[in-house]
Write a protein that binds this ligand. Sequence first.
Ligand SMILES: [Fe+2]
Length: 495
Amino acid sequence: MKMLKKSLCALLCLIMLVSLCAQSFSAAQEGTTPRRISVTVNGDPTSSRGLCWYTDVKSASLAEFYTNALLTGEPISVTSSEATEWEGAYMHKLTVTGLEAGVTYYYRVGDGTNWSEVGTFRTDDGDASVKFIAVADVQASSLENFEKGADTLRAAFRTMPDADFVANCGDFTNDSTNEEWDYYDQAFAQMNLASTLVPVAGNHDGLGVWHWFDNMFNLDTSESVQTLNGVNYSFDYGNAHFAVLNTNDILSISDAQIQWLKNDMNSTSKDWKIVFMHKSPYTLGKDGKWPDALYLQDALAAACDEVNVDLVMSGHDHMYLRTKPLTGNAVSEDGTVYVLAGTAGSKRYEIRSFLGDTFLQTEFIDALAVQKNGYGNYWNGKNWHSKSDTNIGGCFNCISIDGGTLTLKAYILADAKDENGNDVITNVDTYSVTKAVGENQSSFEGDNSTGELDFYTGAVTSFGSLAAYTLTSWLPKFFSILPEILRVYIKFGTF
Ligand SMILES: [Fe+2]
């Protein structure tokens, strides 16, 4: 009998132990599931990518790369790194190099036992063409509004299924909290798994939420003037050179970053020079009256003139606006075209008409689409085309470069579906420009990084430049429109 009791006890203990182990094993599995997976441009897009993902518990960081979607056979590359803690979870960053140009890769990330779903990206084939999607300002707080932004990007992929990458011009979230980044992940995960991202730091991703942007994506920070509130970086794709700016820098851009941009654009002999950034120098939205963004008309535009930037794409003001080519803050045939990319999300701004001919010469505007209900739908520089409210929705841009021709098309995905339940996508702007190729010569070589001391000492002169602009140029114009600002505030409760 004693023997039987002992045996039963031992069996019970064994069952309890197995059950505890099973529980802790499943908890470990739970906590090691990769989430927030993104693949970003990092270095040479013909041969490398940056990967970033999160897990709830600390686990190994592994990525396997294959050239078949079923991940059969031996992986062609296995890369590993170390996880680090960030805001209650574990960040995994890993950069894969040595890939072949023009190849579609399939990958999974995980700890070697627990793997993610299969993702894919295609490396640049090195020819003289590139296609990309540009969106901005999802800036959501609720899952529902992140889903609306994701619907816009899905429509962009249906419109340009062979896009090489997606440039997101910033304000991924509203408050950059764990909850919002998880909602972003839930809504955008499938598209992030199927494409390469070029993220741009928005003010909602950087100001006062230190290091979040840098910790959400694996970017090349080797030349970034700082990484506290964003990252500036650059890359080649096709026959274009792209620079990504951080307009959270010294409200909005430091002298050091301007110098970095000039050196960076002077270091390329690519045919096209394109800038992505968040704040817009030329806008009719409510943020177009503040000196931080308007200072870009002064400092950034001068740099773009000097190094012959073809196109600047930005966000921040939640409407679509394209300028004519500008040089020296005047219309000129060979100047830089500035595109405010519209909002892909559901927070949209009205026009502040008092900004016209004060902070933005209306003759600069070549196209405008106001996404907010109650306003005209789009404007071609001469006339409004107010077809119907069905044009009001999320905005996306599809840009293709083929040799000497760049074509930009802006679209709005209507909030309302048609009577058959189908999406309504309206092309609100088409812009095309052709130029001679093979003419750009690089004139800068060497180190383009900024030392910490240089950045901080330069910050003093940067503040000085911004203050001088604010007092001498911005303030008199602001006073001239103050009665209008007050009138709008009294009428609408916002300005
Ligand atoms: Fe913004």
